[in-house]
Design a protein around this ligand. Structure first.
Ligand code: NAP
Length: 248
């Protein structure tokens, strides 16, 4: 059976590493991206050059109509989705809660939480044996911040990842009898562009000594955990979490 995977935020960072690794593992890959078409096309070209199959689709995961359109394209161009990685995520410039306005909090929750719900909804409609599907697996990308709270930096972001953890537990139980496993990874401090959005591109360097393993993590180290959770090797794991945080 053809393995078809959607990776939101597949153009950069953890999502891009997961997309390349998924293709190497035999998945036909849909790379979701938001604004950076060049980065998405770079990942696409790498996959095709290595003999894999992929498409890149622009989407704002927080927009319901765009998510519906994304899954329509996926159906038509790659076939029925069997794996979803809810990886697209944002944070904003480091701030204390007392300085956050409603618009910022809304943006964080719309992309990180609503986006994951909407993509999971479309995936479940296609995967669930209740709807005639053949099952599947979903991995949500949470964060170690869900446990730590990110004080003084982005409590809004950390809280959105706390919501993702609860979403993972609830959805896992809801669809377990319908052939779908739902798990999450919680990355720690990983070398990607996201820290620049927080106003501190070198954040990993500042914090790495606070990590028990005394270094930042690499996107590929997170991608391996995601792909394991999606694989049949994780067949008895659902509603579970892998922390890829160097012990932090
Ligand atoms: P990144 O390098 O900043 O990449 C973010 C990705 O998300 C990009 O592909 C971006 O697309 C996409 N994206 C952003 N907003 C979107 C939207 N509204 N709709 C669709 N796609 C959107 O981030 P990353 O560090 O790899 O993070 C990936 C995930 O890991 C996130 O959920 C993040 O919270 C989580 N995480 C990261 C770390 C870390 O230290 N890096 C730690 C814990 C958790 P474009 O390229 O088109 O902009």
């Amino acid at each position: 059976m053809k393995k078809v995977i959607l990776i939101t935020g597949g153009s950069r960072g953890i999502g891009a590493a997961t997309a390349r690794m998924a293709a190497a593992n035999g998945y036909a890959v849909c790379i979701g991206y938001h604004a950076n078409r060049e980065a998405a096309e770079g990942v696409l070209e790498d996959i095709v050059a290595a003999g894999g199959e992929a498409i890149a689709v622009q989407v704002d995961v927080g927009c319901e109509q765009e998510v519906v359109r994304l899954f329509d394209r996926l159906d038509n161009e790659l076939g029925r989705v069997s794996a979803l990685v809810n990886n697209a995520g944002i944070l904003e410039v480091q701030a204390r809660v007392e300085d956050m306005d409603a618009a910022r909090i809304q943006r964080i929750f719309t992309t990180n939480v609503s986006g994951s719900f909407l993509c999971a909804r479309e995936a479940v409609r296609r995967m669930s044996t209740k709807h005639g599907g053949r099952g599947g697996a979903i991995v949500n990308v949470s964060s170690g911040a869900a446990r730590l709270g990110a004080p003084g930096e982005y409590v809004d972001y950390a809280a959105s990842k706390g919501a993702i953890d609860t979403f993972t537990v609830g959805l896992a139980k809801e669809v377990a009898a319908e052939g779908i496993r739902v798990n999450a990874v919680r990355p720690g401090i990983i070398y990607t562009d996201i820290h620049g959005s927080g106003g501190e591109p070198n954040r990993v360097e500042r914090l790495k000594d606070s990590v028990p393993l005394k270094r930042g993590g690499h996107p590929e180290e997170v991608a391996k955990a995601i792909l394991w959770l999606l694989s049949d090797d994780a067949s008895y794991s659902t509603g579970s979490f892998i922390d890829v945080t160097g012990g932090r």
